[in-house]
Design a protein around this ligand. Structure first.
Ligand code: PLP
Length: 406
C-alpha cells in the first residue's frame, strides 16, 4: 500500500524565497556568514510598547477569543483605517467590517476562498508575491498573470486588467507598495483599476501590507478603502508584520464593506476558532506607535534602498531601478540562470567568510522563462551590510564561470 500526498500536495510550489534555505544552512554549518537579502524579515526593532504589552498580558486563562477578533482591537483598527483619509465624503470603516486574521496570509486565503470557486481564476500582476499562487492552488483556484516589466517601472494599467479578465476570472489581487517590485500604484490608477474590476463584476483584493513604506515623501500608499464606488468589490488585506516589524506576531486583517463577503470570511474564520489572543493584545498597543517612530524607520529604509541601488548599479552588467516603495527590488544579473548562480553563491563562494543570499526571481513569475536572469533583493539590513553584500556580489560575478559578457 502506497501512501502518497494528494495531487494538490504534490503540485504545490516551494516558496522561491525559502527554497534555497538548505544551501544557506549548509553554508552556515561550514562557518560561512550569509547576508540575507532573500527574505523580507526586517531587522528594525519591534515597537517597545508592543513588546511591553506582551510582558503585561495577565489573563489567568489563555482562552479562545472571538473568531472575528477582539472587539477593542477591531474598534481600534477601524479608527486607524479612518485616520488614513481626510476625505469626509466616504462612509467611515466600521469595526463590523474588520475581520482579524492570522497574519495577512490568512486574510488572503479567506479573500480567495470567499470570492472564487473550484476551477475559477484570480488575476495577478507578475512578478507577484508567490504565495498568491500558493493560496489559490490550495483552494483549487487557478492563477493568471498579467506581465509587467522593469521598462515601465512594473506599472499595471487598467487597460491591461480589462484585457486579461476572462470568463472564469473572479478577482484581481494587487500588492501596492509591491512585493517583489517595490512599485506603488497611485490613487488615480488604483481608482481606474477598481472601476474596471467593478464594471466587469470581479473583486479587487488590495494587499496593502507595505502601506507605510513609501519613499517619495507623499506619506502612505493610497488605500482601496477610499476610492469611489468600490464598496461592493473591494477587499483590503493588512498586517502588523511589516508596519511594526512584528512578523512573528501573526496578526493581520481583512476589511470589506461587502457584507456577504464578510459573512463568508467569518464562516471560514469560525473553523479556525480564533486569531491569537495575546498577539492581538500586543497589536492593539502597537497601534499607538507615534508617527515619528514610523517616519524614522521609513527614512532608514530610504537610506538602505539608495545604498543598495547605488551599490548594485555600480557592478558591471547588473541592472536595477530605484523602487518607490516596500523594501524589495528586482535585480537583473549577467548570468543565464539566476537560481544556479544563487546556489553557487551559497555552495562555492565567500569573501572573507561571507556570502550573500538572494531569492531567484523566476518563482515570482507564472510565465515560463521570465525572471530567469533576475533575483529579488530585500533591503532589510543595515547600510554597511548592504554595501558588503554588493562587494561580495561584485567579486562573485567576476569569479563566476558562467557569467555573461555585456
Ligand atoms: C505582499 C505580501 N502580502 C502578504 C504577506 C503576508 O504577511 P503576514 O502573513 O506576515 O502578514 C507578505 C509577507 O511577506 C507579503 O509580502
Amino acid at each position: 500500500m502506497a501512501f502518497h500526498p494528494s495531487l494538490r500536495g504534490q503540485n504545490a510550489q516551494a516558496s522561491p524565497i525559502r527554497r534555497l534555505s538548505p544551501y544557506a544552512d549548509a553554508a552556515k554549518a561550514r562557518g560561512v556568514q550569509v547576508l540575507h537579502l532573500n527574505i523580507g524579515q526586517p531587522d528594525i526593532p519591534t515597537p517597545p510598547r508592543m513588546l511591553e504589552a506582551y510582558r503585561h498580558f495577565d489573563d489567568k486563562v489563555l482562552a479562545y477569543g472571538a473568531s472575528e477578533g477582539s472587539a477593542p482591537y477591531r474598534t481600534a483598527l477601524a479608527k486607524y483605517f479612518n485616520s488614513l483619509t481626510s476625505d469626509t465624503t466616504h462612509a467611515p470603516v466600521q469595526p463590523t467590517q474588520v475581520l482579524v486574521t492570522v497574519g495577512g496570509s490568512e486574510a488572503l486565503q479567506f479573500a480567495i476562498a470567499a470570492t472564487c470557486d473550484l476551477g475559477e481564476e484570480i488575476l495577478v500582476a507578475e512578478p507577484y508575491y508567490p504565495n498568491y499562487k500558493g493560496f489559490a492552488q490550495i483552494l483549487g483556484v487557478t492563477t493568471r498573470a498579467i506581465t509587467t516589466s522593469a521598462a515601465n517601472g512594473f506599472a499595471l494599467s487598467a487597460e491591461q486588467v480589462r484585457a486579461a479578465i476572462g470568463p472564469k476570472t473572479r478577482a484581481l489581487i494587487i500588492s501596492s507598495p509591491g512585493n517583489p517590485t517595490g512599485a506603488v500604484i497611485n490613487a488615480a490608477n488604483l481608482q481606474e483599476i477598481g472601476n474596471v474590476c467593478r464594471d466587469a463584476g470581479i473583486f479587487l483584493v488590495s494587499d496593502e501590507v507595505y502601506r507605510d513604506f513609501v519613499y517619495d515623501g507623499s506619506g502612505r500608499a493610497p488605500s482601496v478603502l477610499w476610492r469611489e464606488g468600490l464598496d461592493d468589490c473591494a477587499i483590503l488585506i493588512d498586517s502588523v508584520s511589516k508596519r511594526y516589524s512584528a512578523c512573528g506576531a501573526r496578526v493581520g486583517c481583512l476589511v470589506t464593506r461587502n457584507r456577504e463577503i464578510y459573512a463568508a470570511a467569518l464562516k471560514f474564520a469560525q473553523t479556525r476558532l480564533s486569531p491569537p489572543v495575546i498577539d492581538q493584545f500586543a497589536a492593539l498597543a502597537a497601534l499607538d506607535t507615534p508617527q515619528s517612530e514610523t517616519d524614522a524607520h521609513i527614512a532608514d529604509y530610504k537610506r538602505r534602498r539608495d545604498a543598495l541601488v547605488a551599490g548594485l548599479c555600480a557592478i558591471p552588467g547588473v541592472r536595477a531601478q530605484t523602487p518607490a516603495g516596500a523594501f524589495y527590488l528586482i535585480v537583473e544579473l549577467p548570468v543565464p540562470d539566476a537560481e544556479k548562480f544563487c546556489i553557487w553563491l551559497l555552495e562555492n563562494f565567500a569573501v572573507d567568510g561571507e556570502t550573500v543570499m538572494f531569492a531567484p526571481a523566476d518563482g515570482f513569475y507564472a510565465t515560463p522563462g521570465l525572471g530567469k536572469n533576475q533575483v529579488r533583493a530585500a533591503y532589510v539590513l543595515e547600510v554597511p551590510k548592504l554595501q558588503r553584500a554588493c562587494q561580495v556580489l561584485t567579486a562573485a560575478l567576476a569569479a563566476y564561470p558562467e557569467r555573461l559578457k555585456r
